[in-house]
Design a protein around this ligand. Structure first.
Ligand SMILES: N[C@@H](CCC(=O)N[C@@H](CS)C(=O)NCC(=O)O)C(=O)O
Length: 212
């Protein structure tokens, strides 16, 4: 069987979603650095794989795929061997719809507010920051976390009572939120959930290095 190839630098949140999923499913893979200082992602060869010129992309025995959350779902559906398959992204339409709902919410609402904060505080120099935009996004993130906190008051994990794909992007975002120098509101249920998800091997192995 040919090895799964994952293109993308290890500090990318979207690459980390895929690496963490592989860990939970015990899927072996080979990662090729691409993006930012590694280049690769704007070469004609890479653009033929992913015309967006973004990471991650995968090659699974010739099946080329991009969009991190599509890749996560694909890997679960394809995985035959792991017990986690049934819980990470359940076959039952109702249970799967809850995972989808929170994954979509992550992409459309949470990451668009967190991304400028992450870039502003981690990747830009002080004189390049836009304080007004940073404050607007900080306030939006507090709103997002208020909603997530209400959810986690009634469920153990984001999509229900067990860990699913929906927890992964939100945990990665929470890690960024807790590791930038901003004023934060304390959210009891998020704190409880965050401690638990950060203890998972996929997070520890691939997602817990200092933000760069
Ligand atoms: N919606 C895409 C977004 C991919 C994306 O924006 N990737 C970023 C890294 S997180 C990227 O490739 N940036 C350019 C670079 O690294 O050079 C996904 O979820 O895969």
């Amino acid at each position: 069987m040919s090895e799964l190839i994952i293109w993308g630098r290890g500090n990318s949140i979207n690459v980390q979603k895929v690496l963490w999923t592989c860990e939970d499913l015990s899927i072996p893979f080979r990662r090729i650095d691409a993006g930012m200082e590694f280049g690769v992602n704007k070469t004609p060869e890479y653009l033929a794989i992913n015309p967006n010129g973004l990471v991650p992309s995968i090659d699974d025995a010739g099946h080329l795929l991009w969009e991190s959350q599509a890749v996560m779902r694909y890997l679960v559906r394809k995985s035959k061997t792991q017990a986690n398959k049934d819980s990470l992204y359940p076959a039952d339409p109702l249970a799967a719809s809850m995972v989808d709902q929170w994954l979509e919410w992550n992409s459309t609402t949470v990451w668009p507010a967190m991304r400028p904060l992450f870039w502003g505080w981690v990747r830009l120099k002080e004189n390049e920051r836009d304080p007004i935009a940073l404050e607007q996004n900080r306030l939006q993130m507090i709103k997002n976390f208020e909603m997530l906190n209400q959810r986690l008051k009634i469920t153990k994990f984001v999509a229900g009572d067990y860990f699913t794909l929906a927890d992964i992007p939100l945990a990665l975002i929470a890690y960024r939120w807790f590791n930038i120098p901003i004023e934060r509101t304390d959210f009891e249920h998020i704190n409880r959930w965050y401690l638990e998800v950060c203890n998972r091997p996929g997070f520890k192995k691939y997602c817990s290095s200092p933000l760069t």
